[in-house]
Design a protein around this ligand. Sequence first.
Ligand SMILES: [Zn+2]
Length: 217
Amino acid sequence: MDEQSARTMQTLLCEMAKKMYHSGLVAGTWGNLSARIDADYMVVTPSGMNYDTLDPKDMVIMNMHDYAYLGSRKPSIEYFMHAELLLKNPGANAVVHTHSTYALMMASARKPIPPICDDQVQILGGDIRVAEYSMPGTIEMAKTVAEAMRGRAGALIPNHGAVTIGETLEKALLASVILEKTAQVYIGTLSLGGAVQLDHKDVESMHDFFMNKYGQR
Ligand SMILES: [Zn+2]
């Protein structure tokens, strides 16, 4: 592992953890993030620490294959899920996990979010599935969540919360914000008779446009 890359990722992750804390997506210390350092190592937020006082060196460097970690801080208990999602999604370099309110409503009802908003399908890739239930912090949960994430940038974790991935920490955090907003919109539309779902072909083309053609070169 390259020391300099590890330090850089610790600094970026610490900044993003504070940004997430102030985004309103998480309450207290509930929520965690990770970022890939290289093919073998990731950096993950520590377990149960106050986000406001976090320092880059508190970010835990962990081997994604055998879960051995460096330093004295304990990693987030969800490290299996972070490692699994980074290993299964080579195009993603960051994972954001929250217990945000509207996503948690859908996750607790164990109902998927159909494709209803443009930004949802562009960024998250389509409907948002609910993983099979398993206990938090287990390797089983890591596997069921990775399965629900197939071809998507976000998934719901039953009775627990949501998780998103992205090419960068910024993109993974944006995906979490979009997922939470989509859940809120979906729940809101239920009082209006329900949202009209986007057509499958439009979902594919909007996602493709966003991934390949949108923005500045
Ligand atoms: Zn959690």
